[in-house]
Design a protein around this ligand. Structure first.
Ligand code: ASP
Length: 589
């Protein structure tokens, strides 16, 4: 590199006219126009047009330049001729008349366009991630990520929180998901786990007296991946001492207020709305409702059970629930559209959809005849339906019904254009139950995690009536996505032991897995609680992306592989021997 760069490709303007400059970057495009060569030179900051005249001594060399070559130009800043300025470009008033050129590196033709529309498959983008990351859209996403990380750091520091790092190699503890394990070479036959979250460490930091902690931290969960999950992801992790729920809410609301103001220029009303878990499940069928639109679920079991419609009557008699949503203005749906919706619901496990049109103060269609005038009026009132609406009803077990209708609610909102993309809807979900029954494990499991405190009056019921115990837990939901979750923690050893007992973790196992925490709780643990944000998901929403992979520099695929470097990969036999490990054929397992 012969010269020193004087400016970036995004900063020259009419104020720099006549200056001698040196720019360096990538060739975004080369155009030959009536003998003149125009190069758009690109870097992280923008694009600058370089103009190379036939009389220039670098003209012949410039002809050889191709997209994505790395070059340095020396030249003089000139204003663009009248009518040639580009108001869409920060540097659109000027161009640089090249006097000298140095090719810093040639480049192969990239497998997809770096500038303009990118239609490459995601696999190709992930294989050449360093090229994909050159695209402006991806650069903006990572700039947004950086900005929010810095903003969070400043915010917590200003509020007296300390950023403290916690280990990546820790003890394997059953915390919910499956652990990633790391074999120990020095302690043969033993394993570290990568943290699913620093939950126990941040509690220990409270016991150690740090009072207010935060960390922007990587977490690892070896799960089968769903659409917006990654095996490693980032949390903004927070813990505070001597606090109640309201203190956590205040800190989090202050952070969200600042993030939304400084990234999207949006002022959000505080305090954020709150919804109990029960109400969320009843009204929206999910504990992470998108409240940018209404379409509430309405349980009409009480009305339909006395109708003449056998399917409904039998469903209610057998303990199922009949509920639905009212799709405004959809009575004009064709038979086919209705059949497609029913098939859509069946694919999701529902028995089907019963679809009823709303007429002028009456119900219409084949099912209507089973409802007398009073029942029809009660249905219309329950849904607050209007003429021309369509009732979409499900008759299933309560949980399945909720699941299907929650999805249907989102689907109909999308189809009917009821979602305002510009809107930000934030809701605290509160009053969670402490446990939920797991059919699969045939026992209660913690709805959040086993360190969540029960409401004080319910402590006794933890072992006698676990299903009714209320938790001091909360989630923050943004536009239908859970972006943060946390709780006030158990700070007494006896309560923590009771928790393990309720989860059917034997005292021996509790001691073996969590002995360190139980011991620490008996050395003066302050009342404490906290929360953790899913950082990737938050950035995804702020950046308006559909996938968290678009806000992570080097993400994994849905099968947890890296298409770029080929991780995970086989290792040398010696490496295994050193660790005392031996691979077995799958068929021998
Ligand atoms: N450690 C929890 C989680 O990762 C969050 C919390 O309770 O603070 O979900």
């Amino acid at each position: 590199m012969k010269w020193k760069r004087t400016h970036t490709c995004g900063e020259l303007s009419a104020n720099n006219i006549d200056e001698n400059v040196v720019l360096m970057g990538w060739v975004a495009s080369r155009r030959d126009h009536g003998g003149i060569i125009f190069i758009d030179l690109r870097d992280r900051w923008g694009l600058t047009q370089i103009n190379i005249r036939p009389e220039s001594s670098v003209y012949e060399e410039a002809k050889k330049l191709r997209n994505e070559w790395v070059v340095a130009f020396k030249g003089i800043v000139e204003s663009r001729p009248d009518g040639m300025t580009n108001a869409n470009l920060a540097t659109g008033e000027i161009e640089v008349m090249a006097t000298e050129l140095e090719v810093l590196n040639a480049a192969l033709t990239p497998p997809f366009n770096i500038v303009g529309d990118n239609v490459a498959s995601e696999d190709l983008r992930l294989k050449y991630r360093y090229l994909d990351l050159r695209r402006q859209e991806m650069q903006q996403n990572l700039v947004m990520r950086h900005k929010v990380a810095q903003l969070a750091r400043n915010y917590f520091s200003e509020n007296d929180f300390l950023e403290i790092e916690t280990p990546c190699l820790m003890k394997s503890t059953p915390e919910g998901a499956r652990d990633f394990l790391v074999p120990s070479r020095l302690s043969r036959g033993k394993f570290y786990a990568l943290p699913q979250s620093p939950q126990t460490y941040k509690q220990l930091l409270m016991i150690a007296g740090f009072d207010r902690y935060f960390q922007i931290v990587r977490c690892f969960r070896d799960e089968d991946l769903r659409a917006d999950r990654q095996p490693e992801f980032t949390q903004i992790d927070v813990e505070m001492s001597f606090i109640h729920e309201e203190d956590v809410f205040a800190i989090v609301e202050g952070l969200m207020e600042r993030i939304l103001r400084e990234t999207l220029d949006i002022e959000i009303p505080r305090p954020f709305s709150r919804l109990s878990y029960d109400e969320a499940m009843r009204t929206y069928g999910t504990d992470r409702p998108d409240r940018r639109f209404d379409l509430p679920l309405v349980d009409v079991s009480g009305i339909v059970k006395s109708s003449g419609y056998g399917i409904f009557v039998q469903a209610v008699a057998s303990g199922k629930t009949v509920a639905g949503i009212c799709a405004p203005g959809c009575a004009s749906y064709s038979r086919k559209q209705q059949d497609d919706l029913a098939a859509w619901a069946r694919q999701r496990g529902a028995a089907g959809l019963i679809i009823v049109k709303v007429g002028a103060g009456t119900l219409e269609g084949s099912v209507a005849k089973y409802f007398d005038e009073q029942q029809a009026a009660a249905m219309i009132a329950a849904f607050q339906a209007r003429e021309g609406d369509l009732l979409l009803l499900c008759a299933d077990e309560r949980d399945l019904m909720r699941q299907v209708l929650a999805e249907l609610r989102g689907e109909m909102a999308k189809r009917l254009g009821l979602i305002d993309d510009q809107k930000i809807s934030l809701t605290w979900i509160v009053d969670f139950p402490l446990f939920e029954w797991s059919q699969e494990r045939n026992r209660y499991v913690a709805l959040h995690h086993p360190f969540t405190s029960p409401v004080a009056e319910d402590v006794e019921k933890m072992t006698t009536d676990p299903g009714t115990v209320r938790a001091r837990a909360y989630d923050l939901v943004l536009n239908g996505l859970e972006i943060a979750g946390g709780s006030i923690r158990i700070s007494r050893q006896d309560v923590q032991q009771k928790m393990f007992q309720a989860l059917k973790i034997s005292p021996q196992e509790a001691e073996q897995k969590f002995g360190f925490l139980l011991e620490a709780l008996s050395y003066g643990a302050p009342p404490h609680g906290g929360i953790a944000f899913g950082f990737d998901r938050l950035i995804m929403i702020l950046a308006g992306c559909q996938s968290i992979r678009d806000v992570i520099a080097f993400p994994k695929t849905a099968s947890a592989t890296s298409l770029m470097d080929g991780a995970p990969s086989e290792v040398d036999a010696e490496q295994l021997i050193e660790l005392g490990l031996q691979m077995k054929e799958r068929s021998l397992l």
